[in-house]
Write a protein that binds this ligand. Structure first.
Ligand code: ADP
Ligand code: MG
Length: 248
């Protein structure tokens, strides 16, 4: 479904992504793992069109998408959440998701009907699927950090993606919230027939959730494979994980 080949992106003289490779098959859960600064967010920004690659290929459903604007890539079925929260803090939970759903249906807009009465069922359905329906009328900024991260996933689902990208979906969460969120993400992926690409720096989360893992270091892909293959990779053990203890 997604194929990234030898992707390179520089900020000035600094190559933040320096030869990234990634394959994601339809229906898979794939994780990108690497220490802070490895280039994970930059890679996602390249895939979603928020940055233009210097060179390399990004193909989605057989079509080259590298360098296309974000709204075009979103229309092709890729939606994402951000590492740092990206929600309208002063709008309600319902409105945040409704805006995303409306943006996906703008051709059917009726100018005589107020926007707030539109797509109510669709919006409620998404809120229910992520467990936020009972908080629909709350002001988004008043939610707990964990719920705000979940709201961001709901907003991404409002774009009706078939390919979902989550940038550190559990960042800043407690261990309980982290487990619940990963369970939710796995359930959404299978129930809605999504393909999921996410990044993380916590190796335990990645090993428990991903079908396949790509390891990045200094902008480069050092290995791509099943959790087992990654666990056994000598370069991963030495370079990234820093000894055997984390892998047991
Ligand atoms: P990760 O998500 O793996 O932590 P990032 O992709 O955010 O890594 O960053 C990779 C490297 O690129 C880091 O060294 C970071 O400081 C640098 N970087 C990221 N964005 C920019 C930018 N807009 N301008 C300059 N350097 C950047
Ligand atoms: Mg990042």
């Amino acid at each position: 479904m997604l194929y990234v080949d030898n992707l390179i992106n520089s900020f000035g003289d600094f190559r933040a992504v320096n030869g990234a490779n990634l394959t994601v098959e339809e229906g898979e859960i794939v994780a990108v793992i690497g220490p802070n600064g490895a280039g994970k967010t930059t890679l996602f920004n390249l895939i979603t069109g928020h940055l233009k690659p210097d060179s390399g290929r990004i193909s989605f459903k057989g079509e080259e998408i590298g360098g296309l604007p974000p709204y075009t890539i979103c229309r092709k079925g890729i939606a994402r959440s951000f590492q740092l929260l990206n929600i309208f803090q002063r709008m309600t939970v319902f409105e945040n998701v409704q805006v995303a759903v409306l943006s996906q249906h703008n051709r059917s807009m009726n100018i005589f009907r107020p926007a707030r009465n539109m797509m109510i069922e669709e919006t409620n359905h998404i809120l229910e699927s992520v467990g936020l329906l009972d908080k629909a009328d709350e002001i988004s900024g008043s939610l707990s950090h964990g719920d705000q991260k979940i709201l961001e996933i709901a907003i991404a689902l409002g774009n009706e993606p078939d390919f979902l990208i989550l940038d550190e979906p559990t960042a800043g969460m407690s261990p309980e919230e982290t487990n619940a969120t990963m369970r939710l993400v796995k359930r959404l992926t299978s129930e809605q027939g999504l393909t999921l690409l996410f990044c993380e720096h916590d190796i335990d989360i990645v090993f428990s959730a991903a079908d396949r893992i790509m390891v990045m270091q200094l902008g480069e892909t050092i290995v791509e494979g099943t959790p087992q293959e990654v666990r056994e990779n000598e370069q991963v053990q030495k370079a990234y994980i820093g000894g055997e203890s984390c892998l047991k």
